[in-house]
Design a protein around this ligand. Structure first.
Ligand code: MLT
Length: 216
């Protein structure tokens, strides 16, 4: 790698505030942690530690502010996304992952996203737009990021969806539609339905741990 490329990559990387912790075991994935609206890069660190203490962690803070609350892309109103911004921020996050993998030396092909709510939505958007952005994803209460687009071939991608049967932000049909779109694109999707709303519960985390264990 020449100096010029390195500078460009560093420049890209520094765009997004983040925490990186290398894994103890290089064969383990790096978890890309993506918080919900109003969260920070600290929020999901305990989840990653519980999921696999030997994995690496790259936890990012969304760089869009909505009334002072960090998010990963703009929205026009609750549940209505600013598509143009979503596309731009998804590209930015994908480039950030490329740069971070070069800078920190982790395997770019072994990144598993763990996202909650707005963070799950941008993780789903990575899957919708880029074939090789993620190895897999844990999506806690996601929505369909975009409709009427051709998804890349997602054969071999493993996705966990945690969905609440009474989630006011993600109605049952929304989670079912996401599951269907990802499955049709070739991903292997496991959906855990829970008797709850939009909150993240221990039952849901337990289900995602069981899903993760059967990957290895
Ligand atoms: C979003 O905007 O991504 C969803 O409405 C979830 C959230 O409230 O962040």
């Amino acid at each position: 790698m020449n100096d010029l490329n390195n500078d460009v990559e560093k420049g890209e990387m520094m765009k997004l505030k983040h925490i990186y912790e290398p894994g103890e075991n290089v064969n383990k994935p790096v978890f890309l942690l993506l918080h919900g609206t109003g969260g920070t890069e600290e929020d999901l660190l305990p989840l990653a530690e519980k999921m696999d203490p030997q994995a690496g962690v790259l936890s990012v803070r969304g760089n869009v502010l909505e009334n002072g609350m960090p998010r990963f892309f703009k929205r026009l109103s609750e549940g209505v996304f600013d598509e143009e911004d979503l596309i731009k921020r998804t590209e930015e996050l994908n480039e950030f992952l490329d740069g971070a993998s070069n800078e920190y030396g982790f395997d770019r092909n072994h990144v598993i996203a763990i996202g909650y709510s707005n963070g799950a939505n941008i993780a789903a958007s990575l899957l919708f737009h880029y074939q090789d952005a993620l190895h897999g994803a844990v999506l806690h209460h996601p929505m369909v990021p975009r409709r009427n687009i051709q998804l890349p071939d997602l054969t071999g991608k493993q996705v966990f969806i945690g969905a609440g049967l009474s989630d006011p932000l993600c109605p049952v049909e929304e989670s079912e539609a996401l599951e269907q779109l990802l499955t049709e694109a070739g991903a292997t999707v496991t959906t855990k339905w829970l008797q709850q709303g939009h909150q993240l519960t221990m039952d849901e985390l337990h289900a995602s741990h069981l899903w993760y264990e059967q990957l290895n």
